[in-house]
Ligand binder design. Sequence first.
Ligand code: DGL
Length: 249
Amino acid sequence: MRVGVFDSGVGGLSVVKSLLEHKLFEEIIYFGDTARVPYGVKDPNTIIRYSLEAIEFFKNFEIDLLITACNTVSAYALDEMRLHSNCDVIGVVDPGVLALKNAVPSTQADILILGTKATVKSGAYEKGLNLLGYERLTAKATGLLVPIVEEGLYEGEVLQSALHHYFGDLEKAPDAVILGCTHFPLVAKAIDAYFEGKSTLIHSGEAIVEYLQSHYDFSRRFEHTELKFFASENPEGLRRVAKEWLNLA
Ligand code: DGL
């Protein structure tokens, strides 16, 4: 199967990492809209317009499936994307909600949802979780973590200050933290340590793998996956990050 993976920038590579670990696809075509990242501070119409341009980009490749590896796009643009696409389009929010349910079944759990401003404003995770009976939800827009990840500051003072800035008011560690932005798995270790390992972290990449395995037939595994990386600006930069994050030779 040939899959397209779309994100506003490099964050979706954390999803590609999970797809590769599970050897699900023969070919992955990645497109990061690096010229226009971040999407998380843009208004819904702009997010939808950019996402439809990505649909046009992927029409050049005859993909079998498109994964929107961006929570912000998943929260706003999925319906429009599906209307204009020739193949299935899957976002990361619904899989994240299902992954939370599987990992933390108690609906009395305290859940912290992290995301960009736009994702948090959309209330997309809350809607999905409320439907399943979860009510103890806190959502925080933690957008500063996006440039921190883009700068490669996966540990250290700057990251710690940002975590303290965002989480300093929480009285105790939540039972679960939804990493509702595909950049955040890169700082998952630091978030986990901040909450002293007491919180279950939900990662969009792992969530989408769980979702794919329960909705599609993946009886075949691919030892080698052909990878193609495209970006709307500085594709070399994106390929460099991909090499580092995905440990490519
Ligand atoms: N990777 C995007 C997401 O998952 C966030 C980055 C952005 O603001 O564009 O929401």
